[in-house]
Design a protein around this ligand. Structure first.
Ligand code: BGC
Length: 440
C-alpha cells in the first residue's frame, strides 16, 4: 500500500506535556495545589525535558525518518505577564523550530493546547470576551517573531474537548464558573479567538495553512441500544464532532438550544485537523462518567480502559469530514496508551491502512501525526498512560524505542505498508490487510 510522495509523516506533542517546569501555567498551579489530582501522584515535573533539550527527541524523530512534527507553544512562557513578552523564551522557541527544519521535520505549530497563563485565568479566560483581544495580541507576537519558521498552524487544540473538561466535567483545572452556560460561552469565545488568530496569521503569511485540531470520535448507541440511545448518540455526535468545524465553515455556531453568528468567522480554515482515538458507546440517560464502559464483544481496549481500538472509525471520520467540508485533511493526532506495545504495531498498521484507503479514493489526506513521539505527561492521568512510540522514564529521562517506533520508521522511510512489515511486527494483521496471505 503506497502513499503519495508528498505525504507528511509526523509525530505530535504539546508544550506542557513535554517541556517541563511551566511554572506560569494554570496546569502547574493546579498540580502544585493538590498532587492527589494527578493519577499516580507523579507530577509533570521536568516532563521530557524539552525546554532544555528538545533537540535530543527531534533527533529521534529524524532517525525515525519522519518529515514533520506537530508541537505547541506555551503562551504562559511567551507572555508571562499581560503585555510582557519574554524574549529569551521566544528565542528558545526559535531554536526549537529551527532544529525541526534542520532535521527535515516540517513544523506544525499549535498556539493553544490545554494550558493558560495564570494571569489569563485571573481575567476570566474563555469566559470573558476580552480573551479574543489577548489571544490576538499573543498571536501577533508569535507571527512577528516566529512566523517565518511556521508553515502550518493550529490555533486551538480540541476546543470542544477542552471546553467540556474545563467548563463542564471539571476533570481539568476548572474555571470559576462551570456548567452549560459557561461551556457555551467558552466555545463562543474560542471561536472569536480562532477567527482573530486566523486573520492575524494570514495578514502576514497568506500562504501559511491555518486550522484547528478537532477531537473527533465515533459515537454510537450501546450495542443493543434503543431509539432513545440512538437519538442521544446523534445529538452528541453533532455537538461534539461537527458543531465547531461547522461554525468555521458557515460562520454560525449551533449549540444545544440556539445558534449564533460570528463576524469574520466563515471560511477561517485551510484544512481540517482530525484527532482520532476511539469509539464511544452512549446510552440515555447518560451513566456516571458519561460514556458506556461496556465494550462490544471481542473489543480490544487500550491501557487504563482508555478506549476501544477501532481503526475503521478513522476512515468513517475522514469520509464524513471530506463529504461535509471538502477541504484538505490532516490527521493531527492518533494513538493509544500501550506501555507494553502489545497493541500499537497492529494499531499503526490498521489506522494507516484506513488513511491509505481514503487516499486511494482521492480524498486529500495530506499527513498523519502520531500521538506521540515520546511518552509524556498525560494531563490528569499523569504518567500512568504511555502514548509514546519511544518510552521515557521520567525519573532518569532514558529513552527506549518500542517496536512500533521501528515499524513507523520503516513505514515513513518507504511510504508504504507491506505484508512483510506486518509479518514481522503484527502477524495477526497479515490476513486482515492482505486477505489470502499467510504471515511469513
Ligand atoms: C490531546 C493530547 C492528549 C491525547 C491523549 C488528545 O486529546 O490533544 O494532549 O495527550 O489526546 O489522551
Amino acid at each position: 500500500m503506497t502513499f503519495p510522495p508528498d505525504f507528511l509523516w509526523g509525530t505530535a506533542t504539546s508544550s506542557y506535556q513535554v517541556e517541563g517546569q511551566n511554572s506560569n501555567s494554570d496546569w502547574y498551579a493546579w498540580e502544585m495545589a493538590d498532587p492527589g489530582r494527578i493519577k499516580g501522584a507523579l507530577n509533570c515535573g521536568l516532563a521530557c525535558n524539552w525546554w532544555a533539550n528538545a533537540e535530543a527527541d527531534l533527533d529521534i524523530a529524524a532517525e525515525m525518518r519522519t518529515n514533520a512534527h506537530r508541537l505547541s507553544l506555551e503562551w504562559s512562557r511567551i507572555e508571562p505577564e499581560p503585555s510582557v513578552f519574554d524574549s529569551a523564551a521566544i528565542e528558545r522557541y526559535r531554536a526549537i523550530l529551527q532544529a525541526c527544519h534542520d532535521r527535515g521535520l516540517e513544523p506544525m505549530v499549535t498556539l493553544h493546547h490545554f494550558s493558560n497563563p495564570r494571569w489569563l485565568v485571573e481575567k476570566g479566560d474563555f469566559n470573558s470576551e476580552i480573551v479574543a483581544d489577548y489571544f490576538q495580541r499573543y498571536t501577533a507576537k508569535v507571527v512577528a517573531e516566529l512566523g517565518d519558521l511556521i508553515p502550518k498552524w493550529i490555533t486551538i487544540n480540541e476546543p470542544i474537548t477542552y471546553a467540556v473538561l474545563r467548563y463542564l466535567s471539571r476533570e481539568f483545572p476548572y474555571a470559576e464558573r462551570t456548567g452549560m452556560g459557561a461551556l457555551f460561552e467558552a466555545i463562543h469565545n474560542m471561536l472569536r479567538c480562532h477567527a482573530a488568530a486566523y486573520h492575524t496569521i494570514k495578514e502576514s503569511y497568506p500562504a501559511a495553512l491555518v486550522g484547528t485540531a478537532n477531537n473527533m470520535q465515533v459515537f454510537e448507541a450501546r450495542p443493543g441500544g434503543n431509539a432513545l440511545d440512538r437519538w442521544w448518540a446523534r445529538v452528541v455526535d453533532r455537538l461534539y464532532n461537527d458543531s465547531w468545524q461547522d461554525a468555521l465553515h458557515t460562520g454560525r455556531y449551533r449549540g444545544l438550544l440556539g445558534s449564533r453568528r460570528f463576524a469574520h468567522l466563515a471560511g477561517t480554515y485551510d484544512f481540517v485537523g482530525i484527532n482520532y482515538y476511539t469509539r464511544f458507546y452512549l446510552r440515555f440517560p447518560p451513566p456516571p462518567g458519561f460514556v458506556d464502559r461496556e465494550w462490544g464483544e471481542g473489543a480490544i481496549v487500550s491501557d487504563g480502559d482508555y478506549g476501544e481500538v477501532y481503526p475503521y472509525g478513522l476512515y468513517r471520520t475522514m469520509n464524513h469530514v471530506w463529504q461535509r467540508y471538502g477541504a484538505p485533511i490532516y490527521i493531527t493526532e492518533n494513538g493509544l496508551p500501550d506501555a507494553a506495545d502489545r497493541m500499537r504495531p497492529a494499531f499503526l498498521l490498521d489506522h494507516l491502512r484506513q488513511v491509505w484507503h481514503a487516499i486511494s479514493f482521492c480524498y486529500p489526506i495530506m499527513g498523519y501525526y502520531h500521538w506521540s513521539l515520546v511518552d509524556n505527561f498525560e494531563w490528569d492521568r499523569g504518567w500512568t498512560q504511555r502514548f509514546g512510540l519511544v518510552a521515557v522514564d521520567p525519573e532518569t529521562q532514558v529513552r527506549t524505542w518500542r517496536p512500533s517506533a521501528h515499524l513507523y520508521r520503516e513505514i515513513a522511510g518507504s511510504y508504504t505498508l507491506t505484508d512483510d512489515m506486518a509479518a514481522r511486527y503484527a502477524p495477526e494483521m497479515v490476513g486482515v490487510m492482505w486477505p489470502g496471505k499467510e504471515p511469513g
